[in-house]
Design a protein around this ligand. Structure first.
Ligand code: HEM
Ligand SMILES: *[C@@H]1O[C@H](CO)[C@@H](O)[C@H](O)[C@H]1NC(C)=O
Ligand SMILES: *[C@@H]1O[C@H](CO)[C@@H](O)[C@H](O)[C@H]1NC(C)=O
Ligand SMILES: *[C@@H]1O[C@H](CO)[C@@H](O)[C@H](O)[C@H]1NC(C)=O
Ligand SMILES: *[C@@H]1O[C@H](CO)[C@@H](O)[C@H](O)[C@H]1NC(C)=O
Ligand SMILES: *[C@@H]1O[C@H](CO)[C@@H](O)[C@H](O)[C@H]1NC(C)=O
Ligand SMILES: *[C@@H]1O[C@H](CO)[C@@H](O)[C@H](O)[C@H]1NC(C)=O
Ligand SMILES: *[C@@H]1O[C@H](CO)[C@@H](O)[C@H](O)[C@H]1NC(C)=O
Length: 531
């Protein structure tokens, strides 16, 4: 008999002995034993884990595999604060069988946003979730160097020259919406901002980025496609990207219709080559050739358009509905905004340059992003054992790291009276120019960061340091490219709302369970038309 056969034989006899012992037990004991095994295993595992000196402290949990999923999923910021009191800024928790290492505050931002490409992967963490909605060959379905180039291709349509063209197009969409949307008819009424802001964001972004020729297609059918695409864009995707569910089928069908529409736009423009709008279609038609010489296909270009649009859709829609809800509680701010707008443009039509002369409009957006960061967590998969600086801890490959700028931005330590909506807290920073995100020493909460250094990961210069508590647009190689677009779109929306209406509302509690942090319904404003 060979050694292997002996081992197999021994193992077999051990298994049969255990099995016959188990089967001889009374039924109740058998059931209890089966139920308790995972618990005993989980608690033993946690005990052994907590004894390791090279591991980040682990938050204790009772339910095996599920871990802290429920508390985290319902109230992530409260959960983080409670854990921070116990363990400090860096701790781990179990989420549906995965170990997540959270690092709160500016040092955590540095640790995660500026982690090396060889140590962490965003695509491994996000692809299940984004690829079915955006389509293949773009964003997190490609190696990082391609994503960096795709961001560079798209950024061509996110410059000042483009924004100057976008503002009148966005204005037209907003006014068209006010004139036709049933919720805004008459002298006064009630509007569900979850609905109106989703639609207005989609229409203003599509009209500007996808070009003026899309105008007649921006109707209820177009909104319905995006709504179907959205329904398949849920946290469920993280674990199960492809299920035979009707909502997933509708998602795939919507993706096909939207990208076909975008490819039609591309083909139409090929037939009239002298028309150049400075939009995303034009930018990607001009150059979507990677530096290795390969070209993106039309389908991939259309997918990238969906990805860029979706990247801005939920984030901007959420931001605009939160500022509407807050301003509804602050008629004084509405009047100050009205005055600022009147003094800047009088009765003339809004232009992009005007937005640069309205600090209160800017600061209202900035303050809304502080209190309501749309994304409460950003993730990376650790692909190479990652030491936590200044400690003996190592986050092992296979675990996830999690940063939460949203938590810092509502923390008293960094923002006194953090739970008060106060755009004027930013007044003294007006004119701080390029540092408006609060990076590079322009933020008083960031005095010790005198480092103005920048870095280019392939899509333009960005701030190198990310150790600011105020980071609504992230940092490092995955930093948002949509910041200026978002300010342009949100500024245009805010100005147009203030010009047309006054309103009241009550700010609802945030609901953290959806993709972005949204208000718990009902989320309504009671509006009156301005005379
Ligand atoms: C208020 C609006 C917005 C907020 C708060 C926001 C926030 C963010 C954040 C935090 C990230 C980094 C994610 C990470 O590190 O995992 C990001 C990335 C990104 N955002 Fe935005 N965003 C907004 C609007 C937009 C808009 C309007 C666009 C498109 C025009 C856009 C396109 C992107 C893209 C392409 C990335 C890069 C993803 C990557 O490199 O992995 N975003 N955004
Ligand atoms: C929306 O526009 C498209 C394209 O012009 C058209 O086929 C569709 O019937 C329209 N839908 C509605 C609800 O008006
Ligand atoms: C992605 O989905 C696959 C199943 O298709 C699953 O095995 C994997 O764990 C998922 N990845 C993440 C990061 O959840
Ligand atoms: C595309 O190239 C044309 C011709 O060089 C130029 O006029 C146009 O502005 C470019 N489009 C964008 C969005 O940069
Ligand atoms: C297009 O982009 C590639 C890669 O980013 C770059 O090398 C090339 O110079 C660009 N071509 C034009 C015409 O701008
Ligand atoms: C408003 O923010 C934008 C960033 O999009 C910036 O370019 C502009 O200078 C700011 N304007 C004021 C008045 O602070
Ligand atoms: C950073 O910029 C500020 C203001 O522009 C300047 O006063 C400071 O000296 C700069 N710091 C470094 C390290 O360059
Ligand atoms: C909204 O305000 C603008 C600018 O004052 C005006 O041109 C437009 O007619 C108004 N729209 C509605 C629906 O009242």
């Amino acid at each position: 008999m060979s050694v292997a056969e002996t081992i197999v034989g021994e193992a077999y006899s051990l298994i049969t002995q255990v099995a016959s012992w188990f089967l001889a037990l009374p039924l109740l004991q058998r059931v209890l034993l089966v139920i308790s095994i995972p618990f005993v295993y989980s608690i033993t595992w946690q005990l052994l884990y907590s004894l390791r000196k090279d591991r980040v402290p682990l938050v204790f949990y009772w339910i095996p595999w599920v871990g802290s999923a429920v508390v985290y999923g319902m109230q992530p910021y409260d959960f983080f604060s409670k854990c921070q009191e116990k363990y400090g800024d860096c701790f781990s928790f179990v989420l549906l069988g995965r170990v997540m290492t959270v690092y709160l505050g500016p040092k955590g931002h540095e640790f995660i946003f500026n982690a090396k490409l060889s140590d962490v992967s965003a695509e491994a963490a996000y692809s299940n979730f984004t690829t079915p909605a955006f389509g293949e060959g773009v964003i997190y379905d490609v190696p990082n160097w391609k994503l960096m180039e795709q961001k560079k291709f798209a950024k061509v349509a996110l410059t000042t020259d483009s924004f100057i063209e976008y503002v009148p197009l966005m204005r037209e969409e907003i006014l068209k919406y006010f004139a036709s949307e049933p919720a805004f008819q008459g002298k006064n009424g009630k509007a569900n901002v979850l609905k109106t802001q989703t639609e207005m964001t989609l229409f203003t972004a599509s009209r500007s980025l996808m070009g003026r020729d899309l105008r007649n297609k921006l109707n209820a059918s177009y909104a319905a496609w995006y709504s179907d695409l959205d329904k398949g864009f849920t946290p469920l995707n993280f674990a199960f990207p492809y299920l035979p569910l009707p909502s997933y089928k509708a998602r795939d069908e919507a993706h096909r219709k939207i990208t076909e529409t975008y490819m039609e736009l591309i083909n139409k423009r090929r037939q009239q080559p002298y028309v150049h709008d400075k939009d995303l279609v034009d930018a990607l038609m001009n150059n979507s050739t990677y530096k290795d010489g390969t070209k993106m296909t039309d389908q991939q270009v259309a997918n990238l358009m969906v990805g860029v649009l979706m990247g801005g859709q939920h984030t901007s829609a959420a931001t605009s509905l939160w500022f509407l809800l807050h301003l509804g509680e602050r008629p004084d701010l509405q009047e100050q905004l009205y005055k600022e707008i009147k003094e800047t443009i009088g009765d003339r039509d809004l232009q992009w340059e005007d937005l640069q002369k309205m600090p209160l409009v800017n600061n209202t957006i900035r303050e809304t992003l502080r209190m309501h960061h749309p994304l409460h967590s950003v993730f990376r998969l650790v692909i190479n054992d990652l030491p936590v600086p200044g400690t003996k801890w190592i986050v092992p490959a296979g675990d996830y790291v999690l940063a939460s700028p949203g938590w810092s931005m509502i923390n008293e330590k960094y923002f006194p009276h953090a739970n008060q909506f106060e755009p004027h807290r930013w007044d003294k920073l007006a004119g701080s120019g390029g540092g408006f995100q609060g990076q590079g020493g322009s933020n008083p909460a960031n005095k010790d960061n005198e480092d103005n250094a920048t870095v280019d990961y392939g899509f333009g210069q960005i701030s190198k340091g990310v150790s600011s508590p105020y980071l609504p647009f992230g940092g490092g190689r995955h930093r948002c490219i949509g910041e200026h677009f978002a300010y342009t779109q949100l500024g245009t929306l805010l100005v147009t709302y203030i010009q047309n209406f006054t309103w009241t509302s009550k700010v609802p509690e945030p609901d953290y369970s959806s993709m972005v942090v949204l208000p718990t319904p009902p989320a309504e404003i009671q509006w009156k038309k301005r005379e």
